[in-house]
Ligand binder design. Sequence first.
Ligand SMILES: Cc1cc2nc3c(=O)[nH]c(=O)nc-3n(C[C@H](O)[C@H](O)[C@H](O)COP(=O)(O)OP(=O)(O)OC[C@H]3O[C@@H](n4cnc5c(N)ncnc54)[C@H](O)[C@@H]3O)c2cc1C
Length: 494
Amino acid sequence: MAAAAASSSSSSSSIPSPRPFSPPSSILIIGSGVFGLSTALALASRDVFAQSSITVVDRSDPSQPGAFPSPDAASVDTSRIIRADYADPAYAALGDEAQVQWRKQEKPTDLGAQGRYHEAGLLLVGDVTPPAPAAAPASEGLKPKLTGMDYARMSWANVLSLASKDSRLAARVRELPNPDAIRDALGTGGSSGSWGYLNNNSGWGNATASMAWFLDTVKQTGRVDFIPGTVISLTHNDTTVTGAKLSDGRVLSADLVVVAAGAWTGGLVDLAGQAVATGQVLGYMDITEAEQEKLAKMPVMLNLSTGLFIIPPADRVLKIARHAYGYINPTTLNNIPLPLSPQTRTTSSTTVSLPRTSLADPSLSIPAEGAADLRRALSEMIPWPALRDRPFSKTRLCWYSDTATGDFLIDYHPRWQGLFVATGDSGHAFKFLPVIGDKIADCIMRDCPLEFRGKWDWKATTTTTVAGSGVTLFTKDGSRGGTPGLVLANALAE
Ligand SMILES: Cc1cc2nc3c(=O)[nH]c(=O)nc-3n(C[C@H](O)[C@H](O)[C@H](O)COP(=O)(O)OP(=O)(O)OC[C@H]3O[C@@H](n4cnc5c(N)ncnc54)[C@H](O)[C@@H]3O)c2cc1C
């Protein structure tokens, strides 16, 4: 089948046609998280790529059970929220599309079966008066475009619109006009936010188990080679990226390199002005069987003004987290990332925000500021005296690749041939695991879905630092809590 014919182009004269596309003979995907693995499956499933070799390289070793993807990847955790509750209708529709796959639970081999998906409901709320961050930034440039309440209300409108097309969905959403209604719906005795809604069509997925399921599915295609190894740099000639060099000296060559290395991507490709790695706090608390039983009917609870959320417990562990501006971790690199263009003069070292995780540093804990916020979530949302002072059994810093708008970055590099980036997850990509690969494959075939054109593009931006903040970029989509511009090392020292 001809490549151009295989793409789902539109014939309308007002819609630009996809540019001609010839499949590369070899494709190297760096990173096996949601973006990398989902892309591998989509490419392996399309006739147009039947003659292309597909290789996935990751820091982890997929032949080792339990070590795939790397345990510190954003895609690996006990749970992730699965929702179509978005302020932006394009993501709401994509979430709705993904949920069709998550809800498949009849056969053990279905994505949502064996405890991989739980439709527990989602209670999404906002505060009328958002809490002022401790160090509220004075600069206009640091103000988000939307408040958490704006986001919640726009999301409600989108959810109603989706539900209007399906009466089964409509019967399962309900507005909660005040804190008492929120308290009743939460069922723990706690409450959070001043307005919100309950969407019983949403829920949560077991991220680790779902990634393992997905890896098996990709392997069953028999089309993808998995190579354990750490990429230290991209190889290139004057105009074109030609492959990747690994830390053990091996070089993997490919006609097309897809960098899907999550928050680590900025260490391989200069993402100045595009995306920045931010660390987010998580706390896990052991609870008793009886406590878990009492929380059996609790929905996922997310306050978009504070970013604080709690996911219903499983295996007697309760997870509390914060969707925040996060911490940046400026790191000086001698292996400098691929520059913005072949003409860019390179320096001997550079500083970018990169993940710091407990895999390399087992003594790493979360900053006291973040831990205090997680405690605040617990005392609001599950105000039980028995939990108030119970220590977290584990904490974690988990890393987003944040863009300014919260849109993903899924595009060919504008200046280097042979290079495609699939990153900028902005802390909300997990739910799209079953569908994002197909959209990425469309973009690789130069036929990005219309509703995401402009959103997922490499942005024509110059790097700017908001005066006095030290922040080069932060996400202004209205869904974040915390304070912008916190530096991890400083926060840990406090
Ligand atoms: C705390 C937290 C809570 C979240 N909650 C939700 C939620 O509720 N719902 C939701 O939908 N999403 C959520 N997300 C977001 C979601 O988890 C991410 O958007 C998604 O997992 C990102 O996938 P990724 O493939 O971009 O990155 P990752 O999963 O991080 O994968 C990147 C991969 O690249 C590999 N890699 C990196 N560098 C190299 C290198 N140099 N060489 C070789 N391999 C390399 C890594 O080992 C890793 O396996 C959350 C994220 C976090 C951190």
